[in-house]
Design a protein around this ligand. Structure first.
Ligand code: UDX
Length: 436
């Protein structure tokens, strides 16, 4: 099939590369010429396991091409995917200006019947709005489908190739048939493709993210209570997770969720609900709990080391919002580092991939108090406390004896419950986890 993908972020680039790998003829457009040049030169703007070889292989095979022209993309595809960014606007709603601009350009340039598929996460009703915008520009028949994407960063290629479900929101029988053909090769059984109307598809995406975020905040709430009660939330988690009605995934307490999806989508959903006179109490609480949770380590640290942190040195391991990505958007580590620098501390930082992005997201004032180390042990040199903010695999079983020798203090703040309390306490560390 001839496909176009507009936008080369996580969703767009992964979709384009995987569709090409399955034999489709894909043209991918982005208005950012620098991005397109660097992708063509084999350097991807994002770090995502397995993506670079996939892009390279399909470029060489002639199935994947890139352009800066949305007009060219409009002409190329029988199906055009919209996968542009929808950042948060000042009022908390999703900013759809990139999406509408792309829709208008598509409308101006399509030359034959076209299926326009929205993959960006957008407020309910956006597919209809896109249809109006395209319709103002063209007399060529077209239809707009909502097809939200559920891939996780760090596992994006695999998630796209093996989806739990594909949601297709359209009432158009031809579009259903075409998208069924396109997605069938990824789905072991046809019933993984769920057809529904566009509004329900749009709401499904928000409902999933809000539910998952609420689950995490629920566990963080339980963890803080477990701390107060002297219980171990990790045991509670296992006890809960073995009930099949609950399930054992996404129950991990920690320093809060971050990333490009949960925080943004939850704000957008709350704004939409308010517009329609609804208050989503559970979702609003999930967000409030999460913002407080990002500072749980700082609270514990102040309890143990006192509120005067001036002149102290702290190490943070893990700066991305989760492992296997260099993405630091809304990462808890940002809030932790900014707050500790505000308290007068110096920070020594390490992350396997996200170090540069992280520093670039700090103000010059905060960055001046931070040192980025190339090695986790260099980062821990002379530290009064070590904070684990993101559970990269390489931090799971560090050489604690070596840490004991090189650190100036004995405090370990395990923000992801990765370490064995008994083991580290036997070595003379003082351990603080989340809810245990
Ligand atoms: C998420 C959704 O999972 C995905 O379906 C959607 O399309 C986009 O948003 P992503 O942001 O890539 O994907 O990351 P995910 O792995 O879901 O983690 C989100 C955040 O939750 C991370 O900060 C992670 O550390 C945190 N998390 C996750 C927890 O704190 N506890 C858990 O049990 C699970």
């Amino acid at each position: 099939m001839k496909l176009s993908v507009i936008g080369t972020g996580y969703v767009g680039l992964v979709a384009a590369a995987v569709f090409a790998d399955y034999g489709n003829d894909v043209l991918c457009a982005d208005i950012d010429a620098g991005k397109i040049d660097s992708i063509k030169a084999g350097k991807l703007p994002i770090f995502e396991p397995g993506l670079e070889p996939l892009v390279e292989h399909n470029i060489q095979a002639g199935r994947l091409r890139f352009t800066t022209s949305n007009a060219e993309a409009a002409v190329h595809g029988d199906v055009i995917f919209l996968a542009v960014g929808t950042p948060t606007a000042a009022d908390g709603s999703a900013d759809l200006s990139y999406l509408y601009q792309a829709a208008s350009e598509i409308g101006r340039h399509i030359t034959r019947p076209t299926i326009i598929v929205d993959k960006s996460t957008v407020p309910v009703g956006t597919a209809e709005r896109i249809a109006r915008i395209v319709g103002e520009q063209t007399r060529v028949p077209f239809t707009v489908v909502s097809n939200p994407e559920f891939l996780k960063e760090g596992a994006a290629v695999d998630d796209f190739m093996h989806p739990d479900r594909v949601i297709v929101g359209t009432d158009d029988p031809h579009a259903r048939e075409v998208l069924h053909r396109l997605y069938q090769p990824f789905c072991r059984t046809s019933d993984r493709i769920l057809f529904m109307d566009a509004r329900s598809a749009e709401l499904t995406k928000y409902a999933c993210n809000a539910y998952l975020a609420a689950r995490i905040s629920f566990m963080n709430d339980m963890a803080n209570l477990a701390d107060a009660l002297g219980a171990d939330v990790e045991l509670v988690r296992r006890g809960m997770g073995s009930d099949p009605r609950i399930g054992n995934k996404f129950l991990y307490p920690g320093v809060g969720y971050g990333g490009s999806c949960f925080p943004k989508d939850i704000r957008a959903l709350l704004t939409t609900a308010r517009e329609f006179g609804h208050s989503l109490e559970i979702v609003a609480s999930a967000e409030r709990i999460n913002e407080a949770q990002k500072l749980v380590i700082v609270r514990k640290l102040r309890q143990r080391l006192g509120s005067d942190l001036a002149g102290k040195t702290f190490t943070v391991w893990g700066l991305s919002f989760k492992p296997n990505t260099d993405d630091v958007r809304e990462a808890p580590a940002l809030k932790i580092v900014r707050t500790l620098v505000g308290d007068g501390a110096r920070l020594r930082l390490h992350d396997p991939e996200a170090g540069k992005n992280f520093i670039a997201n700090l103000s010059p004032h905060v960055a001046a108090s931070c040192t980025l180390a190339a090695d986790p042990y260099d980062a821990a040199e002379g530290a009064h406390a070590l904070i684990l903010a993101t559970e990269w695999r390489e931090y799971r079983s560090p050489d604690f004896e070596r840490l004991k020798r090189i650190m100036a203090g004995t405090h370990l703040f395990d923000g992801r419950n990765q370490w064995d309390r008994q083991h580290v306490e036997a070595l003379g560390f003082e351990y603080a986890g989340i809810g245990r």
